[in-house]
Design a protein around this ligand. Structure first.
Ligand code: NAG
Ligand code: NAG
Length: 429
């Protein structure tokens, strides 16, 4: 008998629930409006995807699920914008900054050193396992419908969600820590800079919430920290919201108005002109460093072409990826006033606590080589267009008990620092 009663009780509740749901969703009018809205929104999404995804000469399926489209270099997304209509692609930079010392010699010295065992294996991108792009095309990571759907709006897709002033020295102290962005960085300022270089080891930090991210990069900054900050950024990142997974990916970012209307990640808007057919922006990097195991690092150089004024980017020692045209910027059309290197994470304070999203290796600088994340041989390009050790390096972190940074210097690594941390821990408020 007890079973029967409870069955009747549950079916009654079910009917009530159904009635409630149909009442709440209203009549046919509302349903039609909803259907129209969904249809319109689907059309807009499709239009946006068609804009981002150019017809491919060839497509390559990467083991991580990405599709890499090899797109005619003259058909890349930047050329959609009227500003680029008359733009002639620069096939190469007119100038390449000279290093103070022979870095290839340095690398072999490192690999023979027993204390700092350096893997000699080349770091590359996962999609290379399944093919290459032909000449005169560039590899572009295809944007999928679900990528766009994770964004809060079509407009915000590919953009940093919040103003993230990457600065120790904001003119407005209240902006510090706004929206939970936290940093552990080294920086220089007070001079005119024409580029920066660094070698950083690559990790796969754990991200607690899908709307958080963890990245390691260099910043080329121009202007004040108000509404018109110019920034060029490049490095590696883990960003579940942007890519739909937790892989470590190569990325770039730029803005000429403090992350407001201009700029985006990778090739997700007009801006960066890519010329290289081997490296895809936003694609997964492989292999990555192991705690107490093999260490893998990447080198990034960004410099200003003294003749054309464009800002070029090089990945590793041989891949010149492309450039940001000078006309995108105001201050950076001239020079940079600050260079930063290091990590940034977002802490959403989920459940009222600092989250356990890791920066770098997720370990503090004090653990040193093989355990902590590093930037080594950090250099700037000076006004004579030479690569130089930066002078007057400072460090900055909002809360060193969550993520920390430690500068140092030696003959092999030049100016270097360890940085990062685990986030949530008994000392991290
Ligand atoms: C790429 O596009 C340009 C301009 O539309 C065209 O002239 C050229 O033939 C294309 N190249 C290939 C390989 O399709
Ligand atoms: C492109 O060139 C045409 C013809 O020379 C000119 O009228 C137009 O203003 C130029 N557009 C830009 C954005 O420079």
């Amino acid at each position: 008998m007890a079973t029967q009663v409870s069955t009747r009780y549950w079916s009654g509740l079910l009917l009530l629930t159904l009635c409630f749901l149909s009442c709440a969703s209203g009549g046919d009018g509302v349903a039609t409006t909803t259907a129209t809205a969904i249809r319109r929104w689907k059309q807009e999404t499709k239009r946006h995807l068609n804009k981002l995804n150019k017809p491919a000469v060839k497509s390559i399926k990467s083991p991580d699920g990405d599709i890499i489209d090899c797109v005619n270099v003259s058909h890349q997304p930047s050329f959609d914008h009227p500003l680029f209509r008359n733009h002639t692609i620069q096939a190469r930079p007119s100038f390449h900054p000279e290093a103070q010392y022979d870095e290839s010699k340095l690398a072999s010295k490192l690999s023979s050193s027993s204390q700092k065992k350096q893997s000699s294996k080349q770091i590359s991108q996962l999609w290379h396992k399944n093919g290459r792009c032909p000449e005169n095309t560039i590899p572009i990571r295809r944007t999928k419908e679900e990528d766009v759907l994770r964004a809060t709006s079509l407009k915000s897709y590919g953009k940093k969600k919040h103003r993230t002033i990457p600065f120790p020295l904001s003119s407005d102290p209240d902006l510090i820590n706004e929206n939970g962005h936290e940093h552990a960085i080294s920086y220089v300022e007070g001079d005119d800079y024409y580029g920066a270089k660094a070698t950083m080891n690559v990790w796969n930090p754990q991200i607690q919430q899908s709307n958080e991210f963890s990245l390691s990069q260099l910043w080329i900054l121009g202007g004040s920290f108000g509404d018109d900050l110019n920034s060029i950024e490049a490095g590696w990142q883990v960003s579940p919201d942007l890519y739909g997974d937790s892989n470590t990916r190569l990325f770039t970012y730029w803005t000429s108005d403090s992350y407001q209307a201009t700029g985006c990640y990778n090739l997700l808007c007009s801006g960066f002109i890519q010329i290289n057919n081997e490296i895809a922006m936003g694609a997964s990097i492989s292999p990555i460093s192991d705690y107490r195991g093999s260490q893998y690092d990447i080198s990034i150089l960004v410099w200003k072409d003294p003749k054309e004024g464009n800002w070029w980017m090089q990945f590793g020692e041989k891949h010149v990826l492309g450039y940001w045209p000078s006309f995108l910027f105001s201050y950076l059309a001239d020079s940079a006033s600050m260079i930063e290197w290091g990590g940034e994470i977002v802490n959403t304070v989920a459940d009222g606590d600092h989250t356990s999203t890791q920066m770098g290796s997720g370990h503090f600088p004090g653990e040193g080589f093989g355990k902590a994340s590093y930037f080594r041989n950090i250099q700037i390009v000076d006004s004579s267009n030479n690569l130089r050790s930066p002078k007057g390096i400072e460090t900055y972190t909002e809360e060193s008990s969550c993520y920390d940074v430690q500068n140092d210097q030696n003959g092999d690594w030049g100016n270097y620092f360890y940085y990062g941390g685990p986030g949530k821990n008994p000392n991290c408020p």
